[in-house]
Structures are given as structure tokens and as C-alpha cells.
Design a protein around this ligand. Structure first.
Ligand code: NA7
Length: 567
């Protein structure tokens, strides 16, 4: 504990091993930074619980061939520590999975974080004890620990999803989900391989597997708009340049709409001629990556602009694929560009020019089931040695709901969110006091460069906890009024865009039975960050704070100091 830490710590001699100021779930980007902030900067007692046997979160699990970050490496990292920024050197424009994992291991060791992380433990329930004002966390080994604060750092895409095709387990060959890839090398040499799914993941894995496989069959439901990543190695000159300008680059990223150090180059394509638009799109296309997406500021709100930007990609697909009929099958026409997660690619469309690669359009001939030999569609039986499911995740809410979280009066988060997530500021939930969600639903999260949003959240949550501890305020909980207003604001902002017109995991469409709600906050990282800072500055506007620890014993009365809006 730090000397400056004036609060009466939760850690006492008798309870030292099971009671903490905060329990954090997950040891990826979020959990690691949170542990450092709470423990090293604020002197609080913290336990991180992690299902995997190492740090890394998403970068621990997604080890499939071609797994690579779509954000540029020099900003897909922490900005809070100059030593880390100085010591770590990225090798490519976009880091590959092993490199990001290595980076997170480096950070964990550099900050001596591992000693407070329990690996290979999975949270099976988190129950709020109203009388004591503490969270009781149970894990799969049956053990229980308690904490004043419960913080989810489980990420947004951590519950792999395989559609209910039927017969998945009956398949006699090898099968894998990309989000739970084995640690041992997987050989495709000479094999008949199926890949189901052409989202951002399928688009990365297909070009890697094709050259090695005997035959590769891609099962595509929705063609996607993939934009060239234009990855390249970074050399010493690049790195020197980045490091020389790091403060400015990071400042830009943290004050931008999407968490990248670049903004839209032009306001709109509306009213421009085809030639004028192409002239503006071409240089951004050459730059590659999300820089192309950010050519026009109204891409996501103006159908006319979007149609231009989408058409440009469609033409590039047709130019690249030799067989015109196959090329047409790869051209998306049913949704606007970027209203489903926009993928980046390296040789994706080129891969379909290979003799050993076939495409099955499962809109024309849907998958009926998985058989012991392979895949049965309404049209044919296909035989495979290996099936790769690149079928995505129960995104943003899946992992949270899996933890059996129970707040006041035994209310489960699943009940609370039965019609879709309801939060205040994407950070907190009414009836779930002292619980915070890092990059939770209704925060920018997946619509941003994640480490930027993660740092904003971790800093907000850790400073909030520190401030409450110092002031001896034992409970914080958003009001229902504030939560309703934030949820409604999210709905309105979402509906002012084209996002809600596409079937996407942003909307929960990919998981049958999931409420159809636009889940990330689309108002912009910069606007959002100002909003949460302002709420804190206004002494936690929209939250109720319980006055003192002494009030906690008075069950039923729930004496709370209403800071702003009441219920
Ligand atoms: P995604 O983006 O959810 O992609 C999943 C893919 O699987 C997508 O092409 C789906 O088609 C396809 N899919 C899902 N269900 C089926 C069925 N029943 N039949 C055929 N095809 C199906 O997941 P990713 O892993 O690619 O990406 C997730 C994020 O991880 C990524 O955006 C990054 O942020 C990291 P659909 O488009 O739904 O028709």
C-alpha cells in the first residue's frame, strides 16, 4: 500500500488472501493496465483472474495463421509509460499476433504484474452482497473471493461463436474455431480444408491457408468490402521518426473520433463528380488500411458518400478476380461499406485466382449440417480433412453474461439486459453498484483503436475508485434516469447512421435470439471521453454515491447521497 493511501484498506490480517479492494477479470490490454494503475499508482489491493495460462487476452486466443492487428502498431499500444514506449520496437506497420502477445508479456514483466494475476481460473459467478457492499466472486475451482469493486476487463470479442449447424462434433477430421486456436502448429499441407466465414478473420486466414492446403473451399454468406492493409516492415528510420513525434501522434489519436492519429481527409463526396471522388479516394486507397475508410467524414451517415466509397472497392474487387462470375460473387451489394466491421486484407481477392481455391455461396446453397465427412449444403456434400470456423463471436455482451453477474436483489445482468444492454456511459449499470465494465457495451470500444479506448476507461475507473476510497464513499451506482438517458442517446446516435441498416455483430444479428440493438457508442472517442470526464468532474453526475461505510450495515434503508439525478 502506498504511504499516501489514506483509506482504511479492505485488506486485514485475517482476510488478506481472499478480500481485495478490486477484483478484475481478464489479463489483456485492459486488465494489465488496470492492475498497474490500481496497485502501483494508487496502492490498492487487486486480484486479476484470468482464464488463460498467460496474459494477452484476445491476442492469447486468436493465434490463427494470418492473425494481425488492423490498427497500426505504433498506436496499438499503451501510451501511459514513456519507458515502455521507448524500449519497445515494432517490426511491421501492423503487428502480427505473436508480436502483440510478446508486447503484452513484456509489459507484464516490466511492471511486475504477474504476481497479482491468477491464471487458469474462470469466473463462474459474481454476486453483489448488499449488506456488506462487496462483490463475491466464485471461480471454476470452487473458490470464492470478495472485493469492494468488481471490474470486467474481458474484452469485446472473447466468446467464440459457432452457428448451430448441427453435427459439428460428428466431424471426423480436425476442426478449429479461429478464436480458440491451438498453441501447437497446425499443418494444412496437402489437405482438403474448409473455411466458413468471410469476416475480418476469414479474410486474414484464407490467404495464409490457401498456399499450403491441397484444396481450400471458402463458405461465404455475405461478401465483404476488404481494403488493402499495405503492411510493410518498419525500419530504424521509421521507428526514429515515430519516436521523435510520439507525443504528437498519441495526442492526436487520443483526441480523435476513432482513436487513430488521422481523421477524415474530406467532409463529403456529395455533389462531387465520379472523377473528383476517385481523385480523392485513390491516394487514401494507396495509403491503405483505415486511412481509406476515413476519406470522407460523412461515410457512415450519408448514403451518397458511402455509395461512392463502396463502389470504388467493388471495382477493385472486379479488377482483381480473374473469373468474372466468381468476382461478382465476392462483390458486396447488400450493405454499405463499414456498416459491418470493415476488414483489411493482404492478397485476399488474389487468393481466389488460385486453382486450389473454391467459393461456395451459402446464400444460394445454405449449409444444412456438418457431416462426419465434411459439410452438407442444400446442393452438395463436400468432404474435408479440416474445417476452420471463422464464424465470429457473441460480441460485446457474450462474455459478460456468461459470468452470471448478480446485482441488487439478485437481479442478473442477463435479466437486466434481456432487451439489449442498458448502461450509464458504457461503464456502469444501475442495480449493479461498484461494478465497472472496461470497453463495455455503449462505449466506443470496437469502433475505435482499442488501446486508446482502454486507456480512457482504465484511467477513469481507477481514478474513480481511488477518489471514492479516499472520500470513504463505499458505493457508487448510476441512477436509472441517467442510464435510461444514455441508452436512449446511444439508440438515437446509432439510428442517425447507416450502421443499423446492416446485419452485423454490432447489432447482435449474428447470434440467433440476441436482441437487435446497436451496441457500441458511435458518437466518437473524443466526444465520449469528454463526456465521461465531465461526469466525473461534476462529482459523478448521473451516479448515486453512498455517504459512508457506516451506512452499509443498515440493510433495507439503503441510505444514499443522491449526487445528481434521482430515480
Ligand atoms: P465476424 O465478423 O462475425 O464474421 C463471421 C463470419 O462468419 C461472417 O462472414 C458471417 O457471415 C459468417 N457466418 C456466421 N454465421 C454463419 C452461418 N450460419 N453460415 C455461414 N456463414 C456464417 O467474425 P470475425 O472473427 O471475422 O471478426 C470478428 C472481429 O474480431 C473482427 O471484426 C475484429 O474486430 C476482430 P455474415 O456476414 O454474418 O453473413
Amino acid at each position: 500500500m502506498s504511504e499516501n493511501n489514506t483509506h482504511e484498506s479492505a485488506v486485514t490480517a485475517e482476510t488478506a488472501e481472499t478480500d481485495y479492494d478490486a477484483i478484475v477479470v481478464g489479463a489483456g490490454f485492459s486488465g494489465l493496465y488496470l492492475l498497474h494503475r490500481l496497485r502501483d499508482e494508487f496502492g490498492l489491493s487487486v486480484k486479476v483472474i484470468e482464464k488463460a495460462d498467460d496474459v494477452g487476452g484476445t491476442w492469447y486466443w486468436n493465434r490463427y495463421p494470418g492473425a494481425r492487428c488492423d490498427s497500426e502498431s505504433h498506436v496499438y499500444c499503451y501510451s501511459f509509460n514513456d519507458e515502455i514506449l521507448e524500449e519497445w520496437d515494432w517490426s511491421e506497420r501492423y503487428p502480427e499476433q505473436p508480436e502483440v502477445l510478446e508486447y503484452l508479456r513484456f509489459v507484464a514483466d516490466h511492471l511486475d504484474l504477474r504476481r497479482d494475476i491468477d491464471f487458469e481460473r474462470e469466473v463462474t459467478s459474481a454476486v453483489f452482497d448488499e449488506a456488506g457492499g462487496r462483490w463475491e466472486i466464485t471461480t471454476d475451482d470452487g473458490s470464492q473471493e470478495t472485493a469492494r469493486y468488481f471490474v470486467s476487463a474481458v474484452g469485446c470479442l472473447s466468446k467464440p461463436f459457432i452457428p448451430d449447424f448441427g453435427g459439428v462434433d460428428s466431424f471426423e477430421g480436425d476442426w478449429y474455431h479461429t478464436g480458440k486456436w491451438p498453441h501447437e502448429p497446425v499443418s494444412f499441407s496437402g489437405k482438403r480444408v474448409a473455411i466458413i466465414g468471410t469476416g475480418a478473420t476469414g479474410i486474414q486466414v484464407i490467404p495464409e491457408v490457401a498456399p499450403e492446403a491441397g484444396e481450400l473451399t471458402v463458405f461465404q454468406r455475405t461478401p465483404n468490402y476488404a481494403v488493402p492493409a499495405r503492411n510493410r516492415p518498419l525500419d530504424d528510420k521509421d521507428r526514429e521518426e515515430i519516436k521523435r513525434n510520439y507525443d504528437e501522434i498519441l495526442e492526436k489519436a487520443h483526441n480523435s473520433g476513432f482513436g487513430h492519429p488521422f481523421e477524415a481527409a474530406h467532409e463529403t463526396a456529395e455533389g462531387l463528380s465520379n472523377e473528383e471522388v476517385e481523385e480523392l479516394l485513390q491516394p487514401r486507397w494507396e495509403e491503405g488500411g483505415f486511412r481509406y475508410m476515413l476519406t470522407f467524414g460523412d461515410l457512415i451517415t450519408n448514403p451518397e458518400t458511402n455509395e461512392y466509397v463502396s463502389d470504388f472497392i467493388r471495382d477493385r474487387i472486379r479488377e482483381t478476380v480473374n473469373d468474372p462470375e466468381l468476382g461478382e460473387k465476392l462483390v458486396p451489394t447488400d450493405h454499405y461499406y463499414a456498416t459491418k466491421r470493415p476488414p483489411l486484407h493482404t492478397n485476399y481477392y488474389e487468393t481466389f485466382n488460385r486453382d486450389n481455391v473454391d467459393l461456395v455461396d451459402v446464400r444460394e446453397t445454405p449449409i444444412e449440417r456438418i457431416t462426419p465427412e465434411g459439410v452438407r449444403t442444400t446442393d452438395a456434400d463436400y468432404e474435408f480433412d479440416t474445417i476452420i470456423y471463422a464464424t465470429g463471436f457473441d460480441a460485446m455482451t457474450g462474455t459478460l453474461l456468461q459470468m452470471d453477474i448478480r446485482g441488487r436483489d439478485g437481479l442478473t445482468l442477463e435479466e437486466k439486459w434481456s432487451d439489449g444492454p442498458k448502461t450509464y456511459l458504457g461503464l456502469s449499470v444501475h442495480s449493479f453498484p461498484n461494478m465497472f465494465t472496461i470497453t463495455g457495451p455503449q462505449s466506443p470500444s470496437v469502433l475505435s483503436n482499442m488501446p486508446v479506448s482502454i486507456e480512457h476507461h482504465v484511467e477513469w475507473v481507477s481514478e474513480t475508485i481511488k477518489s471514492l476510497v479516499d472520500r470513504d464513499v463505499p458505493l457508487i451506482e448510476p441512477t436509472k434516469t441517467a442510464e435510461d438517458a444514455w441508452t436512449e442517446h446511444n439508440r438515437q446516435v446509432g439510428e442517425s447512421t447507416l450502421y443499423t441498416e446492416a446485419d452485423s455483430w454490432y447489432m447482435g444479428d449474428n447470434v440467433p435470439g440476441k436482441p437487435r440493438v446497436f451496441t457500441p457508442y458511435v458518437g466518437g472517442v473524443d466526444v465520449y471521453h469528454d463526456t465521461i470526464l465531465e461526469a466525473a468532474e461534476k462529482d459523478y453526475e448521473g451516479f448515486e454515491l453512498t455517504e459512508s461505510t457506516q451506512d452499509l450495515g443498515r440493510q433495507g434503508e439503503q441510505p444514499r447521497l443522491s449526487v445528481m439525478e434521482g430515480d
